[in-house]
Design a protein. Structure first.
Length: 85
């Protein structure tokens, strides 16, 4: 799979994969195109729920391991919408 989307859509993506006739536990590899929250915030759920291996550029890996800077930056941009996002 390429990009997980935000964590808020994880359940919807899992359901949609099932509706397409695939099993979400068969998503063994997740390629992160880049580390913005709208692209990879849900990656951790794929690893936790299904053991999916995440592939990310070495410069992006620290941000996925510790996303504090990404969350702080997004919070400045989206402010009160961050609770939803």
């Amino acid at each position: 799979m390429i990009d997980s989307g935000p964590e808020s859509v994880f359940e919807s993506v899992v359901t949609s994969i099932g509706q397409l006739g695939f099993r979400p536990e068969n998503v063994r590899h997740l390629l992160s195109s880049y580390i913005h929250l709208d692209h990879t915030d849900g990656a951790w759920r794929w690893t936790k729920e299904f053991g999916t291996q995440i592939y990310v550029h070495p410069k992006g890996a620290p941000h996925l391991i510790n996303p504090e800077m990404l969350v702080a930056s997004a919070t400045q941009t989206y402010r009160e919408k961050m609770d939803y996002l």
